[in-house]
Design a protein around this ligand. Sequence first.
Ligand SMILES: Nc1ncnc2c1ncn2[C@@H]1O[C@H](COP(=O)(O)OP(=O)(O)OP(=O)(O)O)[C@@H](O)[C@H]1O
Length: 594
Amino acid sequence: MPKLKIEDAGLASGEQALRETSPASRKSRKESKKTMEEQLVEITQSPVEDGEVGSRAARKERKRLKKLKKLQDETVMDSESSKNGSGQVDATTAKAARKAEKARLKASKRSDKEGHTNGDTTLQTRPLSTAMKATSLPYTQDPGLSAIPQADIDQFLADNFISITDPLPSSSALRPLTEFSYLPVTDPAQRAPFKTFKAPTPIQAAAWPFLFAGRDVIGVAETGSGKTMAFAVPCVRGILSLPESQRNNGPRAVIVSPTRELAMQSYEQIMQLAKVSGLRAVCVYGGVPKDEQRKSLKTADIVVATPGRLNDLINEGCADLSKAKYVVLDEADRMLDKGFEEEIRKIINTTPAIGERQTLMFTATWPESVRSLASTFMSDPVKISIGDNPSGDLRANARIMQQVEVVDPRNKEYRLLQLLKQYQSGSQKDDRILVFALYKKEATRIEGFIRSKGFRVAGIHGDLSQEQRTRSLDAFKQGNTPILVATDVAARGLDIPSVKLVINCTFPLTTEDYVHRIGRTGRAGKEGLAITLFTEHDKAQSGALINVLKAANQPVPDELLKFGTTVKRKEHEAYGAFARDVDRTVTAKKIRFE
Ligand SMILES: Nc1ncnc2c1ncn2[C@@H]1O[C@H](COP(=O)(O)OP(=O)(O)OP(=O)(O)O)[C@@H](O)[C@H]1O
């Protein structure tokens, strides 16, 4: 399958942006309210339009559609007959699906050549079943979901600012799962983990059908929007669809996270889904003995891991990912960052090849610098982004109130103390506050300073043992210690209930980290507050920060504007400011000197 470059919705020329939320595409979709199957039947069975009678092109088109229909019917039959007990489709089906997809692509190329449109309307006339055939996993859309008028689906996509860019137009008919009742489950107990939730979040609703259909997906949605369940549900379903004999002989899925605490948290969420179905998962991370992890790896269906420890266990021969066909990079931009890239490459190299595995990347921030690298690990990924942000600019969660105070660096601690007193007074005395520092030593100092003023505080950073880190996080989560001082180990992914306030005592190294840090508040639809102490030392970041504030309609203090509004290009250690223009996938040639 040809590798396609990942581009932003609407940016790539000639790209098939299937569910853009532009008014024009919405209008054209509204015009087409019939189901895909109905339209195919109409095209193939009804008499041709008056003007087309006798036209050679029309006859050719009818012949092409009939051929396509036949291939789809063959595939449907194959898929029905070749399903083994657990619903898995065998190689014949996959072959037929490839055949159908090939024929469809050929036909679509021809129709382009003959001057047919390749826009939204044409895509809407593609049959629902075509999308399913492009993949090997059987996914049948719930009849209730199929019965929803197309206009309502379009409205859902528009209201939730869901933008889907799919390089394979075959799956254009996959509808978002607007309700949990549309989840394809083999046992209603599998819906139990969602009983406290009203409906799937937009990223879950949009990503699930593509993931059930076996596609590679890049999911970009704001912090706290339920991305973990977005990749966890199809992970469990995929394993459950395997025959019993194919389980328990090596992990079938691997989820990689940047920090130990996030890995543990994702593991806990996945376990909620896995245990009701009798699946086993293991969490593999550093800083603790390996024995227990080695033992659990022998029987685990799902591995949630941090990269370093996972590579250790792979090298020891204790972790075999050769059957892991579901690979997730959580906090994907961080995982593709320079610090992790090599580790990730090693891990992915031990999983099945591109096209034979499903590769998923989920994050709240998707900087341009990682996009082309991401494409080297994926096969025709569908890009799903949530938010009124088609260009993919950096955006913070809009429910977080952001306040930036420009302060003298020498007054930072004094101001921090004032803020803690203000936000932990009276009835708010137990409110959770997360304070971010940049360096480990700084975090230790701030924690000591806060404690010396009589506050209950704990710390989490890389200078602490894993046991201390876990103890601090637990104390904060349970409310025994309402203040937690952290470095960026706690910036991404951590889902701590009711963090009322995030204070950035020192600004992070990137604005992406800023967006993740403040995202520890205002989660799952709640409101939050973030206060940032900004000093002249951080002025290189003022332009990018101003953009984030403006995009979320937050006040921009004049003192911040004085530092300048220019966004500095990120510099790469080796390539300097030109990093973005360099193809980092190309390996250097050795020059020989005689
Ligand atoms: N459908 C839903 N409705 C309501 N809450 C949900 C739903 N799905 C998940 N949640 C809850 O939302 C919270 C945030 O979810 P999660 O941690 O997956 O967010 P995230 O998008 O991964 O955030 P981050 O970008 O910070 O990693 C969790 O407490 C989770 O239980």
